[in-house]
Design a protein around this ligand. Structure first.
Ligand code: FES
Ligand code: FES
Length: 167
């Protein structure tokens, strides 16, 4: 079967009942989506399927033939962060990072859907099914609100980042 993953058509050999999470991580080598509870409870495996946040651990690939999948790998890279990634960085919204890919994708979809400034309660409701084991919820909500308002690019680069950019 075929999927469009991060804009590229990919052939998938796994059987139709294989969870999308396993296809992404084990067959396609995309490990941004994390294997947490694997029962639909924690949100860390969240990817976008045709633009909507979905639990990849609960999604059999056979049910999404031809769909467009977006994983955290498509959001940006260290030299060119997406708006939401930049806001997480500036607000120190990632600690161990295990929940971060799912949070980033759910927040990205929320901001695109709203198309304007978000209130804190809207973010809390939308991310309510995402668990952060490091309990950094306040900073995560701060980051998503800031990203929705375009308030990024405010953190000065660290000495290490300046050195890395010059090397
Ligand atoms: S790993 Fe899918 S919801 Fe927890
Ligand atoms: S940053 Fe560690 S689980 Fe959220």
């Amino acid at each position: 079967m075929k999927l469009v993953v991060n804009g590229k058509e990919r052939l998938v050999a796994a059987g139709p009942l294989t969870p999308l999470l396993h296809v992404l991580r084990e067959e396609l080598g995309l490990v941004g989506a994390k294997a947490g509870c694997q029962h639909g409870s924690c949100g860390t495996c969240t990817v976008l399927i045709d633009g909507e946040p979905r639990r990849s651990c609960l999604t059999p690939v056979g049910a999404i033939e031809g769909a467009s999948i977006t994983t955290a790998e498509a959001l940006g890279d260290p030299a060119n962060l997406s708006v939401v990634q930049a806001a997480f960085d500036e607000h120190y919204a990632a600690q161990c990072g295990f929940c971060t890919p799912g949070m980033l994708l759910a927040a990205t979809a929320l901001i695109e859907r709203k198309g304007g400034a978000l209130e804190r309660d809207e973010v809390v409701e939308a991310l309510g099914g995402h668990y952060c084991r490091c309990t950094g919820y306040v900073k995560i909500v701060d980051a998503v609100v800031a990203a929705s308002r375009g308030e990024t690019g405010t953190r000065a680069p660290s000495t290490l980042e300046i050195r890395a950019a010059g090397s």
